[in-house]
Design a protein around this ligand. Structure first.
Ligand code: CU
Length: 670
């Protein structure tokens, strides 16, 4: 605790002026840039008097579509943060050779790679997949919303609360040095006495609760709210992968919560769960965190496998090949993902028998994944393939991800992994599957569903520019790391002695620069599309889609469907079009839709302050906000007015005035 009168330590805990990293010019510079950016956005909203609109139409909304879009915006903002860290690492490693120590001292470099991993996994990839599932899945199953709309809003604001705590660590105190998984003993109090690991713990605990609630919400929605006639084996593939992902979330995230809770007990009250000595067991943490961690990587990729399935069948103008085998492959991946975690530390020394078991289960996963890849190729075979931007990203995925999968099988060979473990080969591998699989899938999904969300397509030219910079940039950035890894270069080093390695890092840095251009081209794509929105305006079914979300208008009404559709076939919308579906224009009823509520935002704010108070040991504030948080939740339970309705005449009015709604049956020429 700072050396000052006790009253100040009571009021402020361990927070003091010296907690501000004023000595670190990089952080001060970042603070200035971020503040100017934030002030700019806030003043624009104020100037255009949009606060009321944002509050009532977005922040307090329980509409799954709006929440989906807000998750996508949040993830995109955090992509910039995560990628800024990537550029810092690449540029440091490109110059820090021999006597040149670069511009990032080791303790800062450690924070940067820890923050990069946390941002990209928890606040970018997770937010993107929850955003896509939130937006599309309820419409795909013919539902008006998710099972628990308020919980959906609350989950979003708990995720925001984790993001705010994470970002605060940039400017008040510091962040964890212990890697994105908070590995002990580095994450224990002895090695990390500062606030960094506590920011890590509370940021992830709060957003983790949000994710768990989302998983429960989606499992119940998919099992209980499907349109009549939509049996499980008639569900769209994206809905299937959303179900398996949500099931993985429900089973895996409590393990993360419990593991971080035990680590926080070690840090706050001096228990010895994961300490070195005193009966603690560091490897127990490593096992627990990867029992969550490996299912986590499949939580990230499965929804995008679903996106690719939707895109491949739509843009090939054919039914998805091998529907049932796709479903079984998804389920097999979901189950196997729990049986492989030890491949993350074959080097723990657990013996050939245990390693062989986990090596085999890991190799097994490549079989259902292979089934999926062949089914996508067979769907395209003899199809009328259109290479619009969503399909371009999908082709990039098929090429890039498959190679990444192969390097994964190489790593699953335990003896080979003894050489490659924690080398840059591993770094190249998981970026190969996460960028080639998850990131490419997110951009494919954004280009695919954006017209449904906003009523106009995204500009194709800048879409293609963004794709090619990402595709080429990825290989220029990570192929050198495969080479360096095979040469035995270890991950997480901020400086190197051997000058012969430098050229590879310079190439990799150039690759990161190309990816940056891909990200900027995406921003230009959004900007140009908004400017050209009238020109790019579309009807309800711009891609000649096959699933129910394309039967609603673009953008869809808050209630999605005036009448809940009756499903008779897989790819229900394609079937409805084939049977000459006519949109009803009369006979509308009042539709029950839950009302907006501010409770989610309030709990989000209280949770953020609670987390901050726990990080800085401001116990009175932690108790106060915790009690207020629980109180607010109880108050909401008894006071939330669930009886919101969209009146029949409002429905009628909306349905009468839907824009150019022209369903195209398969095979009809446009
Ligand atoms: Cu794994």
């Amino acid at each position: 605790m700072p050396d000052r009168p006790a009253i100040w330590n009571f009021l402020l805990g361990r927070l003091s002026l010296s907690s501000l990293p004023l000595h670190n010019s990089i952080v001060v510079g970042t603070f200035i840039v971020v503040s100017i950016g934030a002030l700019g956005v806030l003043s624009l909203i104020t100037y255009y008097r949009k606060w009321g609109y944002l509050w009532s139409e977005w922040f307090t909304s329980v509409d799954h579509k709006k929440l989906g879009i807000m998750y996508m915006v949040l993830a995109t903002v955090m992509l910039f943060r995560g990628f800024a860290d990537a550029i810092m690492m690449r540029s440091q490693q490109a110059i820090a050779f021999g006597s040149n120590m670069g511009y990032l001292p080791p303790h800062h470099y450690d924070q940067v790679f820890s923050a990069h991993g946390v941002a990209m996994i928890f606040f970018v990839a997770m937010a993107y997949i929850v955003g896509l599932m939130n937006f599309a899945m309820p419409m795909q199953i013919g539902a008006r919303d998710v099972a628990f709309p308020f919980l959906n809003n609350l989950s979003f604001w708990l995720t925001v609360s984790g993001v705010v705590l994470f970002m605060t660590s940039l400017f008040v105190g510091d962040f964890s040095h212990a890697g994105w998984l908070g590995m002990p003993p580095v994450s224990e109090l002895k090695q990390s006495p500062g606030p960094g690991v506590d920011y890590y713990i509370w940021g992830l605990q709060l957003s983790g609760v949000g994710t768990l609630l989302t998983g429960i919400n989606f499992v119940v929605t998919i099992l209980k709210m499907r349109a009549p006639g939509m049996s499980l084996m008639k569900m769209p593939m994206f809905t299937w992968t959303s179900l398996c992902t949500s099931g993985l979330i429900v089973v895996a995230f409590p393990i993360l919560t419990a593991t971080l809770f035990l680590l926080s007990l070690d840090r706050y009250i001096g228990t010895h769960f994961f300490t070195n000595g005193f009966g603690g067991n560091v490897m127990m943490y490593v096992n627990l965190i990867w029992i969550w961690g490996h299912p986590e990587v499949y939580i990230l990729i499965l929804p995008l496998f679903g996106v690719y399935s939707e895109i491949v069948s739509t843009f090939s103008g054919k039914r998805l090949f091998g529907y049932s085998s796709m479903v079984y492959a998804t389920a097999a991946i979901m189950l196997l993902s729990y049986l492989v975690w030890l491949h993350h530390f074959f080097t723990m020394g657990s013996g050939a028998d245990v390693n062989s078991f986990f090596a085999l289960t890991t190799m097994l996963i490549s079989i259902p994944t292979g089934v999926k890849i062949f089914n996508w190729l067979f769907t395209m075979y003899r199809g009328r393939v259109r290479f619009d931007v969503p399909m371009l990203w999908t082709m990039g995925f098929l090429f890039t991800f498959t190679i990444g999968g192969m390097s994964g099988v190489m790593l699953s060979v335990a003896p080979a992994d003894f050489l490659l473990h924690n080398s840059l080969f591993l770094i190249a591998h998981f970026h190969n599957v996460i960028i080639g699989g998850v990131v490419f899938g997110v951009f494919a999904g954004i280009n695919y569903w954006f017209p449904k969300a906003f009523g106009f397509r995204l500009d194709a030219f800048w879409g293609k520019v963004s794709f090619w910079f990402w595709q080429i940039g990825f290989w220029v950035a990570f192929a050198p790391l495969y080479v360096l890894g095979l040469m035995g270069v270890t991950r997480r080093l901020s400086h190197f002695e051997d000058p012969s390695l430098q050229i590879w890092f310079i190439i990799a840095a150039f690759g990161a620069f190309l990816i940056l251009l891909g990200i900027l081209a995406f921003v230009v794509q959004i900007y140009v599309s908004i400017r050209r929105r009238d020109e790019l305006a579309v009807g309800n079914d711009p891609w000649d889609g096959r699933t129910l979300e394309w039967s609603t208008s673009s953008p869809p009404p808050p209630y999605n469907f005036a009448f809940i559709p009756k499903v008779h076939e897989r790819e229900a919308w394609d079937d409805m079009k084939k049977h000459g579906y006519q949109r009803p224009l009369e006979g509308f009823n009042d539709i029950h839709m839950p009302k907006s509520t501010s409770t989610g935002v309030v709990i989000g704010v209280l949770a953020t302050v609670f987390g901050f108070a726990m990080v800085w040991y401001i116990w009175w504030l932690a108790i106060l906000t915790f009690v207020a948080l629980i109180g607010t939740a109880i108050w909401h339970t008894f006071n939330y007015d669930r009886e919101g309705y969209v009146k029949a005449n409002e429905v009628g009015e909306f349905e009468q005035h839907i824009g150019n709604w022209e369903p195209k049956a398969q095979g009809a020429t446009s």
